[in-house]
Design a protein around this ligand. Structure first.
Ligand SMILES: C[S@@+](CC[C@H](N)C(=O)[O-])C[C@H]1O[C@@H](n2cnc3c(N)ncnc32)[C@H](O)[C@@H]1O
Length: 232
């Protein structure tokens, strides 16, 4: 069974995003066009990155997996295919009836300790108000030996490299395109959130600090994206 933690759609406020509620409002505003914009802005590549993230969890048939900060459910659908229904494979065009959608807070997961065989989190850790707490919660609900796979923009430490490219791309491509959808302010937030995010090494350190036995950050697509894989 794949479980997901979506948050409800609400209105948006463009003040600096401070609380979990404000983050909900922010993403609620983006939600109607989020998938289309992802396809457009990544030229479809986000689908490949998401498949890589899911496969790095090691999720397999019969597992119980969790996708946190699920948004429109891309990871949940991929996990659903991996784990099957009660250990059986899904037929093509199956309606993903092995997914249970759960509304909740990634900082206070409504699950018991050691419940899941695998966890994904895509573009979520950068957006939660307390990253350490989110990592602690993922550690808590994972079974020993199981993995979490966290996909997000890569905050490079190399000067004049991809961080500058990402910032340039957001200012000159992403925000102008989002403007066409009336969402300029929502996407302007991306740059500050990436600058405030953790580098790959810092993500590895955070994972080890909360108790994971092993943590490795991989750069994807020439360093534009990054994926943290941590084993409990
Ligand atoms: C950028 S979207 C990512 C959606 C999806 N995972 C993807 O990769 O396309 C970030 C998501 O994180 C959710 N989110 C932010 N803070 C959260 C929290 N504390 N608990 C649960 N979800 C949260 C937002 O509601 C939003 O759906």
């Amino acid at each position: 069974m794949a479980l997901c933690i979506p948050l409800p759609s609400c209105r948006f406020s463009h003040r600096p995003v401070r609380s979990s509620l404000e983050r909900q409002e922010h993403f609620g505003r983006i939600a109607p066009v989020y998938d289309n914009l992802n396809d457009l802005l990544s030229l479809g590549q986000h689908r490949i990155w998401k498949r890589m993230t899911v496969s790095w969890t090691g999720a397999k048939m019969g597992d119980c997996a969790l996708d946190l900060c699920c948004g429109s459910g891309d990871f949940a659908f991929l996990l659903s295919e991996k784990v099957g229904s009660n250990g059986k494979g899904l037929a093509p065009n199956a309606c993903y009836n092995n997914i249970e959608w759960v509304e909740g807070d990634a900082l206070e997961l409504p699950f018991s300790d050691g419940y899941f065989d695998a966890i994904t989190m895509g573009y979520g850790l950068r957006n939660v108000v307390d990253k350490e707490r989110a990592m602690q919660e993922m550690f808590r609900v994972l079974k020993p030996g199981s993995r979490v796979s966290v996909l997000d923009f890569n905050k490079s430490t190399q000067p004049f490299t991809n961080l500058i490219q990402i910032v340039w791309m957001i200012d000159n491509v992403v925000v102008p395109v989002a403007t066409g959808y009336g969402l300029a302010k929502e996407y302007e937030y991306l740059n500050s959130s990436i600058k405030e995010f953790l580098t790959g090494k810092e993500l590895e350190r955070l994972a080890l600090q909360v108790g994971f036995s092993n943590a490795r950050h991989y750069e994807i697509s020439g360093g534009l994206m990054g994926n943290l894989v941590a084993t409990r």
